[in-house]
Write a protein that binds this ligand. Structure first.
Ligand SMILES: [Zn+2]
Length: 509
């Protein structure tokens, strides 16, 4: 007898329907699995057979063929086990086909018949809803994320026996579970007011948050670069529901959702170690394609400390995703696209000892400094919208009771700046000043005569590239947005030029 059951796989962060077809017929006894399968999927045959045996379902000595369709896409992962078992039980005539119509089955099976947690339940449950399913049966441990999808019953099951009972009785009632959402951790988070001094760097951080701009901080160790970077998520407004959902999907695909957490509410802050590889940074993997740090920090911040220590090829691999705001990974098995809408915050020492340009303390020679700075390529520096010098300060000066603006207060200003940008980019593909590309820069960021003259002089005198000229305009526009000004004033342009000067100072050695 033939039966067909709906299951799913993920590509990037979207679900993809997979039909599990099973046929039981007379012939040489055995279980054959076909349909362009990765080895983990092929091993499924043994898991399913043993799980069924231990659930008390005996498999007759017949010829069983399982096909995962469509046959032209490679199936990876272990999430098809449950669907295969259900399809097989249906083929054996344990329940009529009607019982599993409009039901999607997701889950890995243990040998004892338990249904184990899998990755990517959220996008797959969303797909089930789009396909018009009434029920999506998922592992109990994934229930919280499945419940985010409204308009479909996502039922968590513990084992194969329970699944079988539910199918036969048609009882897909859900237990009430308290959906825990990551609590607003803002109160316990570090606060901007704890940082004293470093006004220039703090202003740069505000601009970066307001315009979704990339920031590079250059300064000696102990100048508070990391302290400031860690506080940037606290001055960004709350994520919208859509943003939350996208972030949650990425974490769901990676299997990184904290236990019992349904929806990620806090903006991600990722600070990978400098020994990171290309595939861990931008995504990849030989078997299953997984998102990298740049996607895990989607809608949040990616903080790279000591960027001179990061291998050059890893840094260069970030260039395209930063520009496109997404990562495309091509494999023989298909293409995956992951969002990479992140804010890059980078920090570095100005030289090996860290004291350059303070020549009283720095004991590096010119060649050493040059070599050190040149670990970062000019095209990469060009990708950074804001470059700021973090001068050395005593630690006691950096932290203290005396407080400046609180994160909450700055967040309100940033939110207003974001609202101005939303109005400006209505009907376009852009959302923030940092997104605006090429020729659109001059279109969107118009300036008056006096300002134009100033920019032209700077272009001549500072020998700017077209790209850095555009960066100055973006930063100036953001500075105006932060002050809720309609027009870009001379002061905004001067401020923006300051944040461009530093890379010339260091990299022109
Ligand atoms: Zn030095």
């Amino acid at each position: 007898m033939f039966s067909s059951v709906l299951s799913a796989d993920v590509r990037g962060i979207t679900g993809m329907p997979i039909w599990v077809e099973t046929d039981v017929s007379d012939g040489l006894p055995g279980l054959v699995m076909v349909g362009y399968l990765a080895s983990a999927v092929r091993e499924s045959a043994d898991r399913v057979r043993t799980a069924m045996k231990n659930t008390g379902v005996s498999i007759p000595p017949k010829k069983i063929t399982v096909n995962l369709s469509p046959a032209d896409t490679k199936k990876e992962g272990t999430g098809f086990d449950l669907a295969i078992a259900v399809s097989l039980m249906c083929s054996l005539g344990m329940f009529p086909k009607e019982c599993i119509e409009k039901v999607m089955f997701l889950g890995e099976l243990g040998l004892d018949g338990t249904v184990k947690k899998i990755r990517g339940v959220l996008p797959m449950a969303e797909l089930a809803k789009e396909l018009g399913c009434a029920v999506c049966v998922i592992p109990k441990d994934n229930e919280a994320e499945g419940r985010i999808v409204k308009g479909i019953a996502c039922v968590g099951v513990e084992n194969l026996r329970e699944t079988l009972n539910r199918i036969i009785t048609g009882d897909y009632s859900q237990e009430d579970i308290s959906l825990e959402i990551i609590k607003e951790t803002q109160e316990t988070n570090p606060d901007f007011s704890e940082i004293r001094g470093q006004e220039g760097v703090k202003q740069a951080a505000k601009l970066a948050a307001a315009g979704r701009l990339n920031l590079l901080m250059v300064g000696p160790p102990g100048s508070g670069k990391t302290m400031i970077a860690r506080r940037i998520p606290t001055i960004l407004p709350q994520m919208s529901e859509e943003e939350s959902l996208e972030v949650t999907k990425i974490y769901s695909v990676c299997g990184l959702l904290p236990e019992g957490v349904a929806l990620m509410k806090d903006r991600p802050f990722r600070a990978p170690h400098h020994t990171i590889s290309v595939s861990a940074m931008v995504g990849g993997g030989r078997q299953q394609v997984m998102p990298g740090e740049i996607s895990l920090s989607n809608h949040g911040c990616l903080f790279l400390d000591e960027i001179t220590e990061i291998p050059r090829n890893v840094l260069e691999s970030l260039r395209q995703p930063l520009e496109d705001r997404c990562v495309q990974i091509s494999r023989v098995s298909g293409n995956a696209v992951f969002p990479a809408n992140t804010m890059l915050i980078a920090a570095m020492n100005p030289c090996r000892c860290g004291y350059y340009p303070d020549m009283n303390k720095c004991h590096c020679n010119a060649g050493e400094i040059h070599r050190y700075l040149n670990k970062i390529s000019m095209p990469f520096i060009d990708r950074m919208d804001l470059c700021v010098e973090a001068p050395r300060v005593a630690f006691e000066e950096l932290t203290g009771e005396e407080s400046g603006e609180t994160s909450k207060k700055i967040r309100e200003k940033v939110l207003r700046a974001h609202q101005m940008q939303t109005e400006r980019y209505q009907g376009s593909a852009y959302r923030f000043n940092g997104d605006v590309k090429g020729s659109d820069v001059e279109e969107y960021f118009r300036v008056g005569k006096k300002q134009k003259k100033l920019l032209e002089d700077a272009f001549e005198n500072l020998n700017l590239t077209a790209r850095s000229y555009h960066k100055i305009l973006k930063v100036a526009r953001t500075a105006a947005d932060l002050e809720c000004e309609k027009d870009i004033e001379v002061s905004h342009i001067l401020q923006a030029i300051c944040y461009r000067n530093i890379d010339r100072k260091f990299w022109a050695v």
